[in-house]
Design a protein around this ligand. Sequence first.
Ligand code: GLC
Length: 621
Amino acid sequence: MAAAAISHLRRGAQRHALLCLSLSRRRFSATAASPIAAAARRLLSTTVDTGTSSSGEQYKPAPFDPFRAATLSPSAPPLESPPIGDEPPSSPPPPEEAVASEAAHEQATLACQEVELEGLKAGVEAVKSREESPEEKEAWWLLGRAVVNYCGSAVGTVAANDPSTSQMLNYDQVFIRDFVPSAIAFLLKGESDIVKDFLLHTLQLQSWEKTVDCYSPGQGLMPASFKVRSVPLDGNSEAFEEVLDPDFGESAIGRVAPVDSGLWWIILLRAYGKITGDYALQERVDVQTGIRLILNLCLSDGFDMFPTLLVTDGSCMIDRRMGIHGHPLEIQALFYSALRCAREMIGVNDGSKNLIRAINNRLSALSFHIREYYWVDMKKINEIYRYKTEEYSHDAINKFNIYPEQIPSWLADWIPVKGGYLIGNLQPAHMDFRFFSLGNLWAIVSSLATQRQAEGILNLIEAKWDDIVANMPLKICYPALEYEEWRIITGSDPKNTPWSYHNGGSWPTLLWQFTLACIKMGRRDLARRAVEVAEKRLSDDKWPEYYDTRTGRFIGKQSRLYQTWTIAGYLSSKMLLDCPEMASILICDEDFELLEGCACSLNKSARTKCSRRAAKSQILV
Ligand code: GLC
C-alpha cells in the first residue's frame, strides 16, 4: 500500500515537472498548485495527538510542514480571485534556486507521505487486534447485517434494520450522510472495498437528472439516498436485473434538497485516500469531474451577499422544517471541510487553477465570516445586548442590524463564563442563538473555528453537560422550540415536538463527531465520558435512532431501532479513542497560508475589512 502511494507521488512528481515547464510563463504559484503541493496539503492535515493521557492534551501541529515553508515565503505570489475560467496573466520562468527548492520540497513531501501512510497502516493493524467488548461485537454483527449489495458487491448500509416494524418508510435505503460513520468504521478496520464501491456508485448517480414537478435543477447534486431495486429484464418475467434508484429529495418527505450529501462525499473520498494510500481513485477523470460538479454547484454566483452557502430549510441531517433555512452552521462547517478536502485532491492543470483560486478565496472569506459573526460568548452577547441599530455605513458595528431584543431569555443565564459557541444561523436582522451540535463539532474538526473557539466550544459542552449530554450523547440542538415558536417555526410538526427528534432530541450517532473533536483538541477525557454514558444503554435499548426528553431519558417516540448510524457511530468512537492517530483521516489543521498574502481590492477601497487579514488577526487573539 505504501509502495503504491509512493509510486503515486512519483507519478505526481513527474507530472509536476511537466506542469512547471508548461506553466513557467504564467503568473501563479506553481508551488502552491502542484501535485506535490497537493500531497503536502494532505500532510498539513495529518498530525493527531497520539498520547495516551487525556485532559489538557494539545493537538500538535505537523513537525515538518514543507507546504507552509514553501508558500509562506515573502516571495509567494498573492492569491487573487479571477472568475473561474479566466486566463491568468503570464509571468517569468522560476529561477534555478526555486527549482532546486521545489526538488527538496518534493523529497521531503515524499518522505512525510510515506511516514504518514505507514502510521495509518500500523493504526489499522492496532484496530484489528483490539480486544472488543460484547457491545462492540454485537454492533459489528448488526453493521454487517445492514450491508447492502449491488451486483455482488457491498455498496452501503441501510439506514435502519428494525425487524419489529414493517413501517420502514425510506429507512431501508442507503443514505449518503448515514453511511459516513459506517464507512469510517469499515476503513478503520481495514475493510475499504465497500467504501470504494460506495464512492464510485454514488458518483454514477450524481449526474442523473432529478426532476421535481417538471423542474430539473443543475447537475452536481448527490442524492440523499439510494435503493437497490430488482427490475424484470425486457420482455422476461423470469429474469431480473439490479438497478440503483437514487432519491434527490423528489420523493423525500417535504421534498428537501440534500445539500450535505455532496459535501460528505468529498470528505469521505479524502479519508479513503488517506487511509488506503489509493490516491489513484481520486485522480480518476470521473472522480475529478464529480468533485468539480459538486464545487461548481456550491461556488456558483447567486444573489447572496455572504460567503456562507444559502440553502433551504431541512437541507442537512435536520431534514424537516426546523427554521434552519438561510445559512445554517451545519452546512457551513461541512462546506468548509469539503472545500479543504477538495483542494487537497483536485489535480492541477490549466483547467483547474482558477477553481483552486476560487476555493482559496471562499475558504478565507468563509472562515472570517463564521469566526467573526457566528461566535458568541459572554463578552459577545453583552456587546450584542448593547448594540445600536439602524446603522447605515460601511463601518457599522451592528452589520446585520440585529435588534438586541432578539437575545433569548434562556441565553443570558445559560452562557457559561468560560467558553462559547457558534450560533446556528445568521441572516439580515436575524441571529439564531440555538446551539447545534453537529455544526459546532465539525467546525472544530475542520478548523473552521479558531483554536481558541474550538477550546471554548468543548468547555461549553463540559459546563453544560447536563443539557447537551445528560443521559444520552448528544443533543442535536439546544434548547427545543416550545409553544408558539414550535407552532410557527416547525409548522406544528408532530414529530418535532419539544425535546424530541430534531427539536432537542438526543442522537447517539453524534458521538463519533464529538470523539473526533475531542481528539483534535486533546480532550479525550470528555469523549470517554460520553461513550460510557452511551454504552450503558445503546445495546439494551436496541440501538435507537434518537432519544426524547430534556435529558434524553426515553427512547424517541417514533425512533427506529437498530439504526445503523447509531451502531456505526458507537463503533467508530470506540476505535478512534483507542487509536486516536487515525482521526487524522478526517481532521484538517488550521491553514495559515489561507490567511496570508491577500491582494484583494477590499484593502485598497477600505470599504470593509479584508477577510484574510482579519482572519489572521482572529487567530492571534
Ligand atoms: C432522518 C434524519 C436524517 C437521516 C435519515 C435516515 O430523516 O433526519 O438525517 O439521514 O433519517 O436515517
